[in-house]
Design a protein around this ligand. Sequence first.
Ligand SMILES: Cc1ncc(COP(=O)(O)O)c(C=O)c1O
Length: 426
Amino acid sequence: MNNREIFEESKKYIPGGVNSPVRAFNNIGINPPIIKSGNGAILTDEEGKEYIDFVLAWGPMLLGHSDKDVISAMEKQINEGIAFGAATKLELEMAKFISETVDNIEMIRMVNSGTEATMSAIKLARGYTGKRKIIKFAGCYHGHFDGFLIEAGSGVLTNGIPGSLGVPKESIENTLIGIYNDGEQVEGLFEKYGDDIAAIILEPVAGNMGVIKANEEFIIKLRELCDKYGSLLIYDEVMSGFRVAYKGAQSLFNVKPDLVTFAKIMGGGLPCGAYGGRKEIMEKLSPVGGVYQAGTMSGNPVVMAAGYETLKKLHSHPEYYEHINKLGEKLEKGMLDIAKENNIPMVINRVGAMMTVFFTKLEDVKSYDDVKTCDEEMYKKYFLHMLENGFNLPPSQFEAMFLSVVHEEKHIDKFLEAFKSFRYND
Ligand SMILES: Cc1ncc(COP(=O)(O)O)c(C=O)c1O
């Protein structure tokens, strides 16, 4: 079966042929390639076509596809047992390692996805503070939990819908929408609802409206407001954790969060998530405290083996981060030079190995409103041009592209060569 046949057949059995909406390429208007294998920086589809991968499973594969050490760690664990539904030493090792190598994590709880991590962190914040409301920012995505599905960034933006059917208004009436990088607006929300705000949740480096880094003053303001009103500050580092730096986006700011959520990279490519923070807050969780959260597969030993190996490897190789930053710099500069030469209106936002190419006439993209000025038709043309030339990019203007430690200069050179023949007005 070729790619098209597999996709058409899949649509008979899986809604839209995919298990997560952005994979369907709806806004691009073509069938997606069906991926058969991944090795290093290369993906191969069912027709044998190769792509240099800049999506990396939407972030997790920082070590590249099929990393040998991660596979060995998983194999070793598989031979000892796949799932126990019981406490293991590996969970202790993983929790201790994260607590010791990432700031502001005294205790951590493993779950199975980023969505589970963020929704559990919100429940914990509500349980800890006794308050109901949360502030999330327009353009930020924290998973598909009902209370987050307004102004929810990429998947929702790309599909042109305001939120989601099936979310009763009662589920979102305690969600307040903040404007990213606008501390005064958030202050206004606190002045009105401050007594009942359990938490602010934000992506300190946003990736789900394209890459936008929060301003330091904005984050400081959020911390002050949380302290003044007794609310918790939650950093959603599902995407930025272990990516923009080993210690995540929180290491780029001088502001402590109360809780941090992780997923993606920390699972080594397997389904995983976690949330952690101060002991006194985390101990509100059952079985110590009264906030109930559980999971048959949480802390699964094979997932822990893959994740622990990944994190140990990243932690013991700080040069990996230098490498991906250097490649990111080369890619950014090279693209900007070509865009200038070819009169392509374009802004690039990059934080380390996470970047977005915005097709806009603006000078800077700093807010969700700026993002909305982008020419999505142009992104689509760029995406198709690069796909044709063998590059796997996010199929949406409102996503981040990623580099892995196994990307090499030659991949960037090829990318730039292909980008040279992209024409804005074709
Ligand atoms: C910042 C952020 N939070 C939460 C999530 C949800 O994670 P998951 O898809 O693992 O449920 C995502 C997914 O992309 C994300 O980028």
